[in-house]
Design a protein around this ligand. Structure first.
Ligand SMILES: Nc1ncnc2c1ncn2[C@@H]1O[C@H](COP(=O)(O)OP(=O)(O)OP(=O)(O)O)[C@@H](O)[C@H]1O
Ligand SMILES: [Mg+2]
Length: 534
């Protein structure tokens, strides 16, 4: 670029009226003047800020060197104009000023030849990151490395690539079939959301290209941007926690990159069950058309239940890896009330899995349910209740001691009420150790479409472990293991623990023998308990 940049501070004597200047009423209507980049038609760029930001300390003016000769005249013209405007602003009655502003805008608008389109980071009610903004950001990442000066780098998939985006207000030029457009990035603090910067892109182009830019060009940007996004996508794990309230006094999602190694191949599960789940996921992810044809929200509920250590959490990771979906791990006890729950759930992006672990411990809905569990032995019920209470209290203590006011109806509303249609391609997964204690309303078919029981390890499951952990497909000890597994129940977690080499000298045989020992011990323990009448 051949432009010279000038930074004018408040105190610059040339622009003394500046302290009186407020961007909220700065004419002309567009906050940004775009400089023509051709030497034949040089003009200036005044980088101002939109009305909802703070008054800038400095204002940047860029101009073509050719204009330097004109600067003395032009500079004082601008200064005089700003001075007059500042006086008008300061001394004119409000009504008159409004009128003047209107005329000013009309006049400048008639010769201002550019159209600006804004892409805000948060669309609509401001709760959900705009898809268009995401696409634009990704699209520009391929261009900005060439022209923008202050960049932010983010590692993308496999850590093999970087995605660049503009960090501070910056500008890039794009060329579409010979038509030049400018992308301007702005990040400003807003008084209404001090915890969050307002970020947006402005697309500027000459009005004579309106059709081609609003049509073919924008289509091209969104398509390319989405392609780049899906290529670079790294799965994320989001979680809400009471601790995150410190800044904004409300829970928000915080995220980390999700890199769980579990897959369906590594899961010890009967092959029929595995196949069934995979097919179900596959069908779901390809059923966009079906859901819209049948008027249903594109979402599916899974209930994973079974004793501790049977692979419920592992299954969620395998599902996420299979579909390449983000995971939103919702800690219900840290959600203050239904309003906060709604806000959190609206922020969930598509292609995601919403997980509520230990749903039986998560809500104060258990009060009613506890009474319903008539079949439960009293002692067991007491222990379960204590566990529930214990687990429920911990996060709430962090939140300042107040109990979560999320209700069953609040939760159901998001699962399949009107709000459920906000955001599509979403799996909702509940896990529990005590399926019988759940409120039937919560898990009825249609809400939780698929109930998957994860139970004790089968011999087939053991073979998956043996292959993955020890590299063994057959071994003479397998028979013994099979026999013992017919007599005692062992969870996949215990199985994994026993098969894991504990020292570098442990060979597969040693690990298998350790498992046999553990199984025999469990069997003896079981016999002892039966004899003692437990
Ligand atoms: N089916 C399985 N296949 C492979 N590994 C498993 C399986 N089930 C459990 N594991 C292993 O056991 C560990 C515990 O499993 P996981 O956390 O998934 O159990 P869970 O059912 O979620 O337990 P909880 O009810 O206590 O949350 C995991 O780290 C995993 O390595
Ligand atoms: Mg778990």
């Amino acid at each position: 670029m051949f432009y010279n940049a000038y930074l004018f501070h408040h105190l610059n004597p040339l622009l003394v009226p500046f302290p009186l200047y407020s961007p909220s009423s700065f004419p002309p209507p567009s906050p940004i003047f775009i400089a023509e980049q051709t030497p034949e038609a040089p003009s200036i760029l005044i980088s101002s800020v939109p009305s909802d930001s703070r008054i800038p300390d400095t204002i940047m003016m860029m101009m073509h060197p050719k204009m330097m000769e004109m600067w003395p005249t032009m500079g004082s013209a601008i200064a005089s104009f700003l001075f007059v405007w500042a006086m008008v602003k300061k001394y004119c009655p409000y009504q008159l000023r409004r009128q003047l502003e209107k005329y000013c805008h009309r006049i400048t608008g008639s010769f201002y030849p550019y159209i600006n389109i804004t892409f805000d980071e948060y669309a609509g009610v401001g709760l959900k990151r705009s898809e268009a903004y995401n696409a634009v950001e990704a699209y520009l990442s391929t261009y900005i490395s060439k022209s923008a000066k202050r960049l932010k780098a983010e590692m993308v998939k496999d850590g093999s690539n970087m995605m660049l985006s503009m960090e501070q207000s910056g500008r890039v030029v794009d060329d579409f079939n010979g038509v030049k457009v400018w992308w301007i990035f702005r990040n400003i603090e807003t008084p209404s959301r001090p915890e969050q910067e307002k970020r947006y892109y402005i697309l500027s182009f000459h009005k004579r290209y309106r059709d081609v830019i609003t049509g073919a060009y924008l289509e091209h940007v969104i398509r390319k941007g989405n392609e780049i996004r899906s290529r670079n996508r790294r799965m994320k794990l989001y979680t809400n926690s009471a601790g995150d309230r410190s800044i904004s006094k409300r829970a928000m999602w915080s995220q980390i990159v999700f890199e769980h190694p579990a897959t369906f191949e590594t899961m010890a599960l009967e092959s029929d069950k595995k196949k069934d789940i995979i097919e179900d996921l596959e069908t779901f992810s390809k059923s966009k058309e079906f859901y819209s044809r049948t008027g249903k929200a594109w979402k599916r509920g899974y209930l994973l239940y079974g004793p501790p250590g049977t692979g419920k959490s592992t299954m969620i990771a395998a599902m996420a890896n299979y579909l390449n979906y983000d995971v939103y791990d919702l800690e219900l006890t840290a959600v203050k009330d239904n309003v906060e729950l709604r806000r959190l759930l609206i922020e969930i992006a598509e292609k995601s899995i919403l997980v509520i672990e230990d749903i039986d411990c998560s809500l104060d809905l258990t009060g009613e349910r506890m009474k319903v569990t008539a079949g439960m032995e009293e002692e067991e019920e007491g222990a379960a209740k204590a566990a529930v209470e214990g687990r429920r209290r911990v996060p709430n203590d962090e939140a300042g001691g107040d109990m979560s006011k999320v209700t069953l109806s609040g939760l159901l509303n998001f699962i399949d009420g009107l709000w459920s249609t906000c955001g599509s391609e979403r799996l909702v997964v509940f896990t529990t150790n005590y399926v019988e204690k759940l409120d039937p309303a919560l898990i009825r078919r249609g809400r939780m479409d698929k109930h998957i029981e994860l139970s004790y390890c089968s011999f087939e499951g053991f073979k998956v472990f043996a292959k993955n952990y020890l590299g063994l497909e057959v071994h003479e000890i397998f028979k013994k293991v099979q026999h013992l597994m017919g007599e005692v129940k062992i969870t996949p977690a215990d199985m994994a623990e026993n098969l894991m080499p504990t020292s570098p000298t442990d060979d597969p045989e040693k690990c298998l023998s350790r498992l046999v020992e553990a199984l025999e011990e469990m069997k003896a323990e079981g016999t002892k308990n039966v004899a003692a009448g437990k």
